[in-house]
Write a protein that binds this ligand. Structure first.
Ligand code: UT7
Length: 323
């Protein structure tokens, strides 16, 4: 018998305000056409004043609990992947834990920027297969709108706010790739690339700071590294691109998403794409896409899914799971 971390429920939350590309045309030297053509983004959701990352996370968590038919007290461990926690500390995860009424277990944040959900999913899997936890909720929640320099057209048009949540629970498998649950993962980071994507503020400056990105450089790394890590994770699972039902990629840029799919020899009909509606929601983008993909009827029980992401650090990786 092999212990597997099996998906039990999924949910998401998006702030009410939708900001279409055209809104940028009033304040910046940009166009709806440029943003669509270069990124695939058409609109994004923006958190209301006072609406925080933990608020978004709680709403997504409640949706996932309802989907799973569970109560917060049924969860042993809660991980929030975020780079935009409400405060330096406590963690967003402990704030969400309290708001959900989860009085036992433990909660902590994972900070791997846009790759945060992939890292958190690997961590949740480790907790379950080691027997340390039976049910783990993994949330990706971000308010990147608060990190934007709204005068920088090369970054502020790219990002949005949102949250998604996945509940994993221990299940018995046979130890083969036919099992449901997390089958393999592949994680990397290389801190030498810190300058190409970073926030120029924090405890050392006494400010929140703004996101700064050398877009072309990040693009180059993304196209090269995402297919590589996805292949490595599939290899570890004893599978190949031909076995994939859905790629559920980090949603940063449609050109990166399609270049990665092409390198994996997976047709775009087998890729869950939400970037047009959400923009880049950093660690929230994959759980949002999983939840939306499930709601659209794309992702079904038994489907083989590959998630992959890259972000600041650089940090990148992929997870292979059977839904
Ligand atoms: O989630 C973390 C990972 N992040 C990413 O994956 C983002 C990776 N990078 C990208 O998605 C792309 O590099 C961008 C979308 C950021 C930029 O697209 P690009 O095709 O690489 O454009 P570029 O940076 O080479 O810029 C081309 C031109 C420049 O003008 P010049 O120098 O050729 O005159 C930019 O100043 O486009 C200009 N530009 C814009 N023009 C209109 C940059 N932003 C805009 C804009 N509207 N919003």
């Amino acid at each position: 018998m092999t212990l597997r971390a099996v998906v039990r429920g999924v949910g998401h939350y998006l702030p009410a305000r939708v900001m279409p590309n055209a809104e940028f045309e009033a304040t910046l030297d940009t166009t709806d056409d440029w943003i669509r053509a270069r990124t695939g983004i058409e609109r994004r959701h923006i958190a209301a004043e006072g609406e925080t990352t933990s608020d978004l996370a709680v709403a997504a968590a409640e949706a996932a609990l309802t989907d799973a038919g569970l109560r917060a007290t049924d969860i042993d461990a809660l991980i929030v992947a975020t780079s935009t926690a409400d405060f330096t500390f406590p963690s967003a995860a402990t704030m969400v834990q309290a708001r959900l009424g989860m009085t036992g277990g433990f909660a902590f944040d994972v900070q791997a920027v846009c790759a945060g959900f992939v890292f958190a999913l690997a961590q949740a899997n480790a907790l379950i297969v080691s027997g340390a936890a039976r049910r783990v909720m993994v949330i990706g929640s971000e308010t990147f709108s608060r990190l934007m320099d709204w005068t920088d057209r090369s970054t502020c048009v790219l990002f949005g706010d949102g949250a998604g949540a996945l509940i994993l629970e221990a299940g018995e498998g046979s130890g083969t790739p036919a099992d449901r649950g997390v089958l393999a993962f592949d994680l990397h980071s290389d801190g030498r690339f810190k300058d190409i994507l970073h926030v120029d503020g924090g405890v050392s400056t006494g400010t929140t700071g703004h996101l700064r990105m050398q877009g072309k450089e990040v693009f180059r790394h993304a196209v090269e590294k995402l297919a590589e890590t996805a292949h490595a994770a599939l290899d570890k699972a004893g599978l190949s691109g031909a076995d994939v039902d859905w790629i559920v990629p980090h949603q940063a840029n449609l050109r990166i998403i399609s270049a990665t799919a092409q390198r994996m020899q997976v047709p775009m009909e087998r890729v869950v794409v939400t970037v047009q509606d959400h923009g880049n929601t950093s660690a929230a983008s994959i759980p949002l896409a999983l939840s939306v993909g499930r709601d659209r009827g794309q992702i079904r029980p038994g489907d083989l899914i590959v998630t992959e992401a890259i972000g600041g650090g650089l940090a990148w990786g992929a997870v292979v799971l059977r839904w």
